[in-house]
Design a protein around this ligand. Structure first.
Ligand SMILES: *Cc1c(COP(=O)(O)O)cnc(C)c1O
Length: 420
């Protein structure tokens, strides 16, 4: 394993503390594929699935050789992963695809997929001897980091944007004891600041610019494939914010393909909120990447200057993937269906479902194809968005599928009227 610059190819040892190449571009972990061919197989991972022993009881570290082959004593695990893969007729009908599967990453320990990458990157922090960790966050990264830092006995510092972040996420950061610093500015400003902070002080940066975050998040697609008995779906579809997660999925799939564990490449569909769509614009218009000022109800993807855009677009091209955008209205309507199916997810997650519907209507995804949609975060992360939708109080959004509470007299007669 080494760190390699995605642009100039310069290499650095795995235990060197750095987030960028000297040329300024991003780094990625490069595994020894020939060695992995001899060491891993579907059978090995299936055998581990039956075990309860640390660290293979984790849905990340079960695939340890493919993620990060470090000594077990450094591993900080809750354990994460092992999330359900659902089927829902209700969502399937809404999207227009029968064979759609919902991978619920909101079922992770701190209720978002961030736990997978966090487990991996904080284990590296421990290996490197750090006592303090930091991130910029729209909420879920800070919730995850704060929890894992507690487990590791480290201090955590989170930088959050000035505007309101979702209540559930703020609650978690405060509860887990993170030093929570709200800055005057948006997420993109916070992201710039935290990179400077981690250059200046001995604090380890845990945003997805950190290449080990990406390694941990690859486990989402490993776990999905294992749940599907290693049958490769036609599509993976997921929201895009800072663009770490789709980068991770295509990297994981590429490595499985190179190792020979899969013989077909699923296509990646990345869905952005229309108000935070720099990757979509770049992909659609074939223009150079240009940051935007982000605005969307889906706060987890309210990011105008995504750090991993270059890695992301390369992964999408490799998988013959697509990028789509959806409006806040489409997000909230899709969310109403995901929620009412009994599964539930936070707004950003429902980009996956709104996007799947749009791409199916456009004929880009065929009705007969097998689609895996990633639900990135839990329903309870953003209770304001839910309640305000059902009370028809969201500015600029129609509550098409509202389930309004009913006020009545406290009498059987009044109840009868409502039930009949
Ligand atoms: C972080 C996050 C995203 C965006 O993922 P990126 O890797 O930043 O593209 C989407 N949904 C939820 C719930 C998240 O927490």
């Amino acid at each position: 394993m080494i760190l390699r610059c995605i642009e100039c190819g310069r290499e650095y040892p795995i235990n060197e503390v750095r987030y960028r190449c000297d040329c300024g571009d991003l780094l990625e972990v490069v595994h020894d594929i020939e060695r992995l061919k001899k060491r891993v197989s579907c059978r090995l991972f299936d055998e581990r699935l039956a075990k309860r022993e640390f660290p293979y009881n984790s849905g990340v570290w079960r695939y340890k050789e493919l993620i990060l082959d470090i000594e077990n004593k450094f591993i900080i695990s809750r354990p994460e992963g092992n999330t359900n893969l659902y089927q829902s007729d209700k969502v399937g009908e809404y999207v227009g695809i029968e064979d759609i599967w919902l991978k619920h990453e909101g079922e992770n320990p701190t209720a978002s997929f961030k736990d997978r990458g966090m487990s991996c990157a904080i284990s590296v922090a421990k290996m490197l001897g750090f006592k303090k960790v930091a991130c910029a966050s729209t909420g879920n990264t800070s919730a995850s980091m704060a929890s894992y830092a507690d487990l590791a006995g480290m201090e955590s510092i989170v930088f959050i944007p000035e505007e309101k972040i979702a209540f559930g996420k703020l609650a978690q950061a405060l509860a887990y004891g993170a030093k929570t610093i709200q800055i005057k500015g948006d997420f993109d400003d916070a992201m710039k600041l935290v990179q400077k902070v981690c250059q200046e002080f001995r604090v380890y940066l845990l945003n997805s610019i950190n290449p080990f975050r990406i390694e941990g998040q690859k486990a989402i697609c490993f776990e999905v494939l294992q749940q599907l008995d290693w049958q490769v779906p036609d599509w993976f579809i997921l929201p895009g914010g800072n663009l770490g997660n789709n980068t991770a999925l295509s990297k994981g799939l590429r490595e499985l393909y190179q190792i020979g564990m899969i013989n077909r490449i699923p296509r990646m569909a990345v869905i952005q909120a229309q108000g935070a769509n720099p990757l979509y614009t770049m992909w659609k218009e074939r223009t150079p990447f240009e940051a935007v000022k982000a605005e969307t109800i889906a706060t987890a993807v309210k990011i105008g200057n995504p750090v991993s855009w270059k890695k992301s677009i390369r992964g999408i091209e490799w998988s013959r993937g697509v990028v789509e955008q959806v409006t806040d209205q489409e997000i909230m309507d899709a969310k109403a269906f995901v929620d009412a199916s009994g599964i539930g997810a936070e707004p950003a997650s429902c980009c996956s479902i709104a996007g799947a519907r749009k791409l199916t209507k456009a004929g880009i995804i065929d009705k007969k194809e097998r689609v895996v949609a990633i639900l990135t975060g839990n329903l309870l992360k953003d209770p304001d968005a839910v309640v305000n939708y059902h009370l028809d109080r969201l500015k600029g959004i129609k509550s098409t599928y509202a389930n309004k509470p009913i006020m009545i007299e406290s009498s059987l007669k009044a109840v009868r009227k409502v039930l009949e």
